[in-house]
Design a protein around this ligand. Structure first.
Ligand code: TMP
Length: 200
């Protein structure tokens, strides 16, 4: 049995399937490939993460406040959970991470630059592999119940979010996988990308 730490992030617009695919990937690596796997997500399960989940239903929260809280949540998440698991030889899979802040918070205000987001997050460790799941916002939101939509779940906002994810993916060398397809097929592509990284 091999134990190799690796930090993987799945990210993308709301409804892209990052939660489902993080769970399927974790199960595959743990049960089929026998790695030690730690699955986590952001906003995290910390007290700051819980406040952030409430704020996702509140349009009155300034994007700057969101940016500061997401950074605080991530700093805690990284130092108290992710880093420890990586040090113990786990593969850590996070459903969302700093890329979500860079995209979602910077798009909402001219005051918020990508550099400022990076500065706020400067004490965290970065993922070894970031996979962006790409899907058209209209299709992504069609999967959700309109009554329970959160503040970012709006097609025209998510169009901008998607564009920025895709342009940054090219510049940053992230893997982009089309998630508007049969779940098993999308998952297989994710698994192949991860196995290539583990074998490299
Ligand atoms: P999700 O749990 O359904 O992925 O929802 C999380 C929401 O939080 C999603 O709309 C993206 C948003 N978000 C940010 O705006 N900034 C962040 O840093 C993170 C982690 C999430």
């Amino acid at each position: 049995m091999t134990h190799k730490s690796l930090f993987i992030v799945l990210d993308g617009i709301d409804g892209c399937g990052s939660t489902t695919h993080s769970q399927l990937l974790a199960a595959f690596l743990e049960h089929k490939k026998h790695f030690k796997v730690h699955l986590t997500y952001e906003p995290s399960k910390s007290e700051i993460g819980k406040i952030l989940r409430k704020f996702l239903k509140n349009k009155e929260i300034p994007p700057t406040t969101d940016a500061l809280l997401f950074a605080a949540d991530r700093d805690l998440h990284y130092h108290n959970e992710i880093k420890k698991k990586l040090d113990d030889g786990f593969i850590v899979i996070s459903d969302r991470y700093i890329e979500s802040s860079i995209i979602y918070q910077s798009i909402q205000s001219d005051k918020i630059s990508i550099e400022w987001i990076k500065e706020l997050n400067k004490f965290i460790g970065y993922p070894d592999l970031t996979i962006i799941l790409d899907i058209e916002p209209k299709i992504a939101l069609a999967r959700k119940n309109e009554k329970y939509l959160e503040k970012f779940e709006d097609t025209s906002f998510l169009d901008k979010v998607r564009k920025l994810y895709l342009s940054r993916a090219i510049n940053e060398g992230y893997h982009v996988i089309n998630s508007d397809d049969i779940i098993e097929y999308v998952q297989e592509k994710i698994q192949k990308t991860v196995l290539n990284m583990l074998n490299s």
